[in-house]
Design a protein around this ligand. Structure first.
Ligand SMILES: Nc1ncnc2c1ncn2[C@@H]1O[C@H](COP(=O)(O)OP(=O)(O)O)[C@@H](O)[C@H]1O
Ligand SMILES: [Mg+2]
Length: 250
């Protein structure tokens, strides 16, 4: 299996604050990669650089073989993004939201119709398709945002804390949808501060703390190297000691 994402020394400095500090990692095609770290670790900043919203201060990254700075428009075509602040329009319905998004991606009206139907089905939002999103629960809004990210059938997904703040059932549904997408060949990067989530759905993990990657690789390998029995232990140990085990999966 090939490489979907290659991050090479990616760095972002905001007015002297090093938010992301020379990070390196690779994501294999068709896998779920968990970007795990506490608040302020640099997860959102990294995802924003990878999704071409933010320009790196130093370093590069390739997404689907394209450079995020030089080929930003090509990157945008092949990625789907769930940003940290979901930002769905309260006054639109799910269908209207998707029609608007479809126009941005120049989907034909036939293709658009087909995708809207598929996604309403997958998300279980068919009955609510013509209701204003403003009336939706947080979980339902998140589904609308996820539909928007998936509409143009992107090969790579960047999901920033996709289940954060959701009730148990909604979080579970969102996770199932993520797993299903990966099993259909999509590459998924999720950021999370939820260790259990990583344990449950991610095959590969990077732990980021204060802008630096402390450890990165296959989930089981990480547990072996740190001699910890579960992911919470790994996380606590690394963050406490700020140990840098580096990369060992490639
Ligand atoms: N646009 C910005 N301007 C200045 N500082 C920022 C900006 N975005 C993020 N930061 C800072 O960068 C650091 C990393 O933030 P962020 O990437 O949002 O972390 P996380 O998503 O892991 O919680 C934090 O200290 C945050 O305050
Ligand atoms: Mg964040």
């Amino acid at each position: 299996m090939g490489t979907a994402i290659a991050v090479k020394g990616l760095t972002k400095v905001f007015n002297g604050l090093v938010a992301v500090d020379h990070i390196y990692f690779k994501v294999k095609k068709g896998t779920i990669f968990g970007f795990l770290g506490p608040n302020g670790a640099g997860k959102t900043t990294t995802l924003r650089m990878l999704s071409t919203v933010l320009k790196p201060t130093v370093g590069t990254a390739e997404v689907g073989g394209y450079d995020v700075v030089r080929d930003d428009l090509k990157v945008r075509k092949i990625i789907g993004v769930l940003p940290e602040d979901v930002g769905v329009y309260d006054r639109l319905t799910p269908v209207e939201t998707l029609i608007f998004q479809g126009k941005l991606y120049n989907l034909s009206s036939e293709k658009l119709k087909e995708r809207i139907n598929e996604l309403l089905e997958v998300m279980g939002l068919r009955e609510q398709r013509n209701m204003k999103v403003g009336k939706f629960s947080k979980g339902m809004k998140q589904k609308v945002a996820l539909m928007r990210a998936l509409l143009h059938d992107p090969e790579i997904l960047f999901l920033d804390e996709p289940t954060s703040g959701l009730d148990v059932m909604s979080a579970r549904e969102i996770r199932d949808i993520i797993v299903k997408n990966a099993s259909q060949g999509k590459t998924v990067v999720i950021s999370t501060h939820n260790m259990w989530e990583v344990e449950k759905i991610c095959k590969y993990v990077a732990i980021i703390h204060k802008g630096k990657i402390l450890i990165e690789g296959k989930k089981e390998e990480i547990e072996k190297v740190t001699k910890q029995k579960d992911f919470e232990e790994v996380f606590v140990k690394l963050v406490k000691e700020e140990t840098n085990f580096g990369n060992f999966s490639y």
